[in-house]
Design a protein around this ligand. Structure first.
Ligand code: AMP
Length: 216
């Protein structure tokens, strides 16, 4: 059966919100299929800039490697440009953006947000999830050494993100609690926040997201 969402949840943009390693990127794939909205991941955009060696990449590098947030003006510039593209006109799926109240305020000026899906996972689980995370550079597929092992035949080519080590993860969590998590209340006050239990199986997290988005 092809999944679908009612029209009202299709207007505007959807924000995937939650700590690093909550499963935002994983769940994004299913929501993209369902809504045809493009995924806009500021983390992926910054990593692409970094590997191209562009000015933006050079500017972002030290923040990313330290697990700190890249300055708001850099991120806002990046998003404003991205939202001018043709495929963004019916809204997008934000993954990892906004991460500060300042970013959310700027976003409110340039796009309509129809829902913010908060994937809730406690800190103790996050460290274990992120440190075991691996990526297949050929397909972009994300695996986990314990929870989602890759097929034997591709194990040798898997890579680990440079910032997926324990000390950087702890900094990323600190940045999340200090700068990003206040946004949950900000969006809750606007009636936009949908809370989802991120400690279920990948499929069940996705099912919960879809049923809660559909019920809006
Ligand atoms: P992510 O892939 O979303 O975990 O992002 C990786 C890193 O990119 C973060 O730890 C930050 O250094 C940076 N980053 C990504 N998105 C943002 C954002 N919206 N605001 C500030 N920094 C960001």
């Amino acid at each position: 059966m092809t999944e679908s969402l009612p029209r009202n949840s299709m207007n505007g943009s959807i924000v995937l919100f939650g700590p690093p390693g909550a499963g935002k990127g994983t769940q994004a794939t299913r929501i993209v299929d369902l809504t045809s909205k493009p995924q806009v991941s500021t983390g992926d955009m910054l990593r692409a800039a970094l590997s191209e060696g562009s000015k933006l990449g050079i500017e972002a590098k030290s923040f990313m490697e330290a697990g700190e947030l890249v300055p708001d003006d850099v991120i806002i510039g990046l998003i404003s440009e991205r939202l001018k593209m043709d495929d963004a006109k019916n809204g997008v799926l934000f993954d990892g953006f906004p991460r500060t109240i300042a970013q959310a305020r700027e976003l409110a000026k340039i796009a309509e947000v129809s829902a913010v899906v908060s994937i809730e996972v406690p800190d103790e689980s996050i460290v274990r999830r992120i440190v075991g995370r691996r990526m297949d550079p050929e397909t972009g597929e994300i695996y986990h050494i314990d929870f989602k092992p890759a097929p034997e035949s591709i194990i040798n080519r898997l890579i680990q993100r440079k910032d997926d080590n324990e000390s950087t993860v702890r900094n990323r969590l600190k940045a999340y609690h200090e700068q990003t998590s206040p946004l949950a209340i900000w969006y809750e006050n606007q009636g936009l926040l949908i809370k989802v239990d991120g400690e279920q199986t990948i499929k069940n997290v996705g099912d919960e997201i879809i049923s809660k988005l559909s019920a809006r």
